[in-house]
Ligand binder design. Sequence first.
Ligand code: SP5
Ligand code: ZN
Length: 343
Amino acid sequence: MIVIHSEEHRLQAGRSELNDGQLVPCYEKPARADIVRARIEAVGLGPIVEPTRHGIAPLERVHDAGYLGFLQTAWDDWVAEHGADIDALPLNWVAPGMSRRRVPRSIDGRLGFYSFDAGTPITAGTWRAATSAADSALTGADRLRAGDRSAFALCRPPGHHAGHAFYGGYCFLNNAAIAAQSLRDGGAARVAVLDVDYHHGNGTQEIFWERGDVLFVSIHADPADEFPYFCGHADETGAGVGDGANLNLTLPWGTDWNAYAQALAVAAARIREFGADALVLSLGADTYGGDPISRFRLVSEDFLRMGAAIAGIGLPTLFVLEGGYAVDDLGVNVANVLTGFEQ
Ligand code: SP5
Ligand code: ZN
């Protein structure tokens, strides 16, 4: 399968994130994409091509124009206030009952206004890296439209936590949602997004919440115990014409392949029943037992089985890289999903 990848991912290289009460080195780092690329080359999975630039219009189909404007200038605004030696992190947020009527003028205020965590630093290269990732996903969508059975957007920063007008969870632009919308705009009547990242894809859920034409299915750790904590519960099923087009399958800490495979079978059945024309697969490998911030117990061979199960859905499939922080094993685990799909 064709692999779409830009070196510009490297421009997102934050120093630190807030975790367990301390600033620690960012888990979401350039080495992640490098090891995936190396493994793809080693197993000869397919040609690696550069994304084509798609500009801002397909981003505006999914994200708020004010939010995109904020993201474009946030680093310069931060530097004007704090200098270029520190990454931009938000400091405070609105709680229910506090007014959210005005976008603050202050960069610190706007960082809080448009984010939901302190784990997602904005740096000098954030906008360019994030747009390169969106362009990779969009180029993959173009390939499906041209008739390819599959494609892999080997991109970072990831996207599935980013919503219509917010960033967080290492994500700025929702690459998978942007690609799904592009497939719709290109003529697919119905699109399914399946999210196998360990964390709930809260951004994708929010973007398609009231949409009956895009099914969102996510398999993830129970948000009662796990990030992003505030959504991803099984009773969140969508609203309006989208009621019933959102399916959250929650699993407990310690989940192994046996239980995971059952959830994946439920997800596959729902996607088949929906009658989608294409599938966008949010591919996080942080379900791996060795992941430093996650608590499922998949082993590397399980990712081959995961790929085979995804192939069994029988749809043209665009894989989009999301999380996975056990860097040494990330290349094998991600490539295993793709080779499992192809076999
Ligand atoms: C794309 C993606 O996978 N984003 C995940 C963002 C998760 N950030 C919060 C991680 C919190 C980890 N806390 C537990 C650390 C164990 N000491
Ligand atoms: Zn994740």
